[in-house]
Design a binder for this molecule. Sequence first.
Ligand SMILES: [Zn+2]
Length: 258
Amino acid sequence: MSRGTAVRMWALEPATYRSPAHVAEFGSAAPRIPFPIYLVEHAEGFVLFDAGLDPDHAGDPAGAYGEMAQRIDMVFDERHLVETHLEAIGRSMDDVTTVVASHLHFDHAGSLKRFPRARTILGAGELEYARAPERFSSAWFRDEDFGAGTGLEFDVIDEDEDVFGDGSLVVRRLPGHTPGSLALQVALPERTLVLSGDVVHTRGAYESELHYHGDVDSVAARASLRRLRGILDAEKADLWIAHDPADWERFGGAGEKR
Ligand SMILES: [Zn+2]
């Protein structure tokens, strides 16, 4: 039986930030790092992979994230919202039937609350950790993004999940960055991509199999990188590292992908 494919995918125009370490090193040439949101069109519905920053604070990121918004030079406004993109392609929020949350860090979970009726897939252990994180990672979680006030009900998975049962979209369980970290494998008409979530942050870290300083479990994170490499080989897939500006250039930036 041949495998299904998605119709197309969009990388939405991303909100961005600059890391203070990069600014110290490169000054005004410091790269802007994307806060990604991807939308996949499948015959059975639209699937959102990650939900970016809190849409209630578009145009005023300090309102949500305090002085950090200025410290990391966040650029976030209406251009970066899921609803803006859906409107531009003649669709509405109701067309999104499935949301995959790579994890619940604030830069990935902001718009989840806009899709209370969608099937929202989350990795096992994520919600428990997000509610009671260790101190070093607590600044990454905001109850406003996933707590009871959002009305969200998560579909928790503890192994890989073939979203439509045709192999076109496969959620990959790759814990370590956080307990529930997920990546999304997307078979498009012309190629197969794996969208990294935060399983890895930079191309260099992927090549060197290096965990990230903010990972909750560094041993699990490195094991997930090894597994990811095996998946890419087996699926002949290309990896799109969400927060790596050079990867965004390699894939042609925001816009439609096939
Ligand atoms: Zn993260």
